[in-house]
Design a protein around this ligand. Sequence first.
Ligand SMILES: [Zn+2]
Length: 462
Amino acid sequence: MIRLFDTASGEVRELTLRDAGQVSMYVCGPTVYDLPHLGHGRFTLVWDVARRWFTFQGLNVRFVSNITDIDDNIINRALRENTTEEGVAAHYEDQWWQAMAAIGVARPNDVPHATQYVEQMVELISDFLAKDIAYPISDGIYFDVSKVADYGLLAGQPLESLRAGARIETSDEKRSPLDFALWKNAKDNEPSWPAPFGAGRPGWHTECVVMSLGLLGEGFDLHCGGLDLKFPHHENERAQAVAAGRDFAQHWGHNGWVMVGDQKMSKSLGNFTSLTDLLEKTDQRAYRLLVLRSHYRSPIEVSPTTIADAEAALKRLDALARRFNLTERAGENFEVASDHQWSGATQELLEKVSARLDDDLDTPLAVSRLFEAVSAANALADENDPSAQALAEAVAVLFGAMGLALRGTADEVDEATLQLIKYRDQVRSEKNWAESDRLRDELAAMGWVVEDTPQGTVVRKP
Ligand SMILES: [Zn+2]
């Protein structure tokens, strides 16, 4: 049984499944107008780990995540850069998938784009207008939140107290400051779509309702995203589904914030400006391990220090992989469990790790158990105990189940590279650091990641 915190009920409870053995999961994706930021990295990693773990536990996961390819930010960027909205969205979507590949986040089964679902959104809005759940004002069509009795469920506050805290705009024609735009009327030099209530473009909160129900069907299991989406985005998605009489997500998952310190501090510490930037400067697995070592509902700090800690821990894992000649066990391969035999100490490890991960995805304790097993495997090997190998393999399999690959086996190294490595080890033994650095750069230019180990220079593919 898998238990997970549910924002709607405010408790950790069983993840009940609509269809036995199947998980239907929707994660709100990015608006593609800039490079992915660190918060994007965290939510994609957290829900990627959940997806992989459910799969490891024998469940068949259908994972849907959207791309918002029309909104104010995209329009503004297109105007500023004298290009088209399609051009901006296509460029930054490409950057998005490059970052996702680098960080090891598996592709969703479906990637709906907002602009492909405008017709269905127009239908839904027409229905709301007909029932007076939506109303027009001068700049578009708005949703009347007072028509949904339990509005505020995800925010954890009743409508009245939300209303008391809402900012009231002086020229507001809305019935309530909490009412939100379903449709923005067409403006000059903005893309628009035809609709019976006037040409325009959809507001952000409607697309996920239409796309999640369209692809996963009513009463799908799990709707996820960062804590910043809980209110108003998810609240407003849910309100529309309720108003439309559609059974929506049965379970709501939200992951915690990313802390990067204040602007001044982040600059002076040489912080990472985007996920893309982080992935260029560090071991691409480091952010995943940092995320795994924190509970997904807690805030995490992403800084050069915390990333360096994660990199140091990765070195320990890679050393294990080298010592026991382990092969990579992650990537797109979700079949990792089926070919592994568990018994004795490895069975015990599997049970310990499963117990933690099945209980609200407690990755930090699961990772602690795995690092204890790393120490145990090394200690056994020091005593030439043959059971060490199986334990080390189990560690690699279980990290692989969370999407973290241990790098043990050397990549195929060509003769020219080999000569450079030998030469570099020689100049290092002569303490000729300038030449050693130059050779490192030369190897890097040839596409190698260079590591200094007690055994000398080790290279691997990034
Ligand atoms: Zn959404």
